[in-house]
Design a protein around this ligand. Structure first.
Ligand code: ADP
Ligand code: MG
Length: 263
């Protein structure tokens, strides 16, 4: 059991220009083993929501429960992957992956076994001793995912992990992530502004409004798995994409208009 329950979460930031409402009463439940995607225009509060779920910030109202436990601080039950900065630059790939287990005092031999498996699984063979700065963007994010998986968390929280990658690399990463997810069946909350990415990966897509962020529409992705490259060229993919594009376009326009109104 590793359900994520977001209960009436609201977040207001006090800034120099007064209060900013980033999130307004968000509620949703990600059942055990589900891959849930959140899409929405830039600035709608996606990262804020994920930070609350991670326990990195405290919401103004509401709470997030993982396995029924409020996420008031970061915990080993939740693995995080961000767009960048997920790796320690001063540690090798292997040491990065073993960092969490090392803190938890997992015996060295077990750590090593886990990191070796993950290095192979994430296609990083030959790079165990390399430092992050020599890795390509895709490799860095594969290492970051390996690092997040190393503590065997029940839940993965991912904030635009492929956002900085080129389109081809992103596609490969998405295929790899679906493989990993099929294998481990983690409960995943995945944030992206990339509509096709959300459809390819998700069981369900939550579309957010422009700021203040609310859930506007929920869409079940009824494309069978395993999803492959052919999925993207299929007719159902195009239908779903058109549905989501319409909604997100409307919300993005609103975001631009309110930016102009504030300027
Ligand atoms: P997204 O990830 O969807 O692009 P964010 O969650 O990063 O959006 O931000 C939502 C809104 O909250 C933005 O208007 C942003 O400027 C504001 N915000 C985020 N973090 C802070 C903070 N620490 N202090 C003040 N405002 C913030
Ligand atoms: Mg963000």
């Amino acid at each position: 059991m590793s359900e994520i329950e977001i209960r009436d979460v609201a977040m207001r930031f006090r800034g120099r220009h007064g209060e900013v409402t980033a999130l307004e009463r968000i509620s949703l439940t990600v059942p055990d083993g589900q891959f849930a995607c959140i899409v929405g225009p830039s600035g709608c509060g996606k990262s804020t929501l994920l930070m609350v779920a991670a326990g990195l910030i405290t919401p103004t109202e509401g709470e997030v429960l993982v396995n029924g436990k409020p996420t008031v601080e970061p915990g080993a039950d939740r693995g995080m992957v961000f767009q960048s900065y997920s790796l320690y630059p001063w540690l090798s790939v292997r040491r990065n992956i073993e960092f969490g287990p090392e803190i938890k005092k997992v015996p060295a031999a077990d750590r090593r076994k886990t990191s070796s498996e993950l290095i192979h699984l994430m296609k990083l063979d030959g790079f165990a001793d390399a430092y992050p700065k020599v890795l390509s963007g895709g490799m860095k994010q594969r290492a970051a995912i390996a690092r997040a998986l190393a503590g065997d968390p029940q839940v993965l929280l991912m904030d635009e992990p492929f956002g900085a990658l080129d389109a081809q690399t992103r596609q490969i990463m998405q295929e790899l992530l679906t493989d990993i997810w099929q294998r481990y069946r983690k409960t995943v909350l995945f944030v992206t502004h990339d509509i096709e990415e959300a459809i390819f990966l998700g069981d369900v897509i939550y579309m957010m409004t422009s700021r203040p962020g609310r859930i506007r529409t929920t869409l079940a992705v009824d494309i069978p798995r395993p999803r492959t490259f052919d999925t993207i060229t299929g007719p159902r993919f195009a239908e779903l994409r058109n549905q989501v594009v319409g909604v997100i376009h409307e919300e993005s326009l609103k975001a631009v208009e309110s930016e102009l109104a504030r300027a």
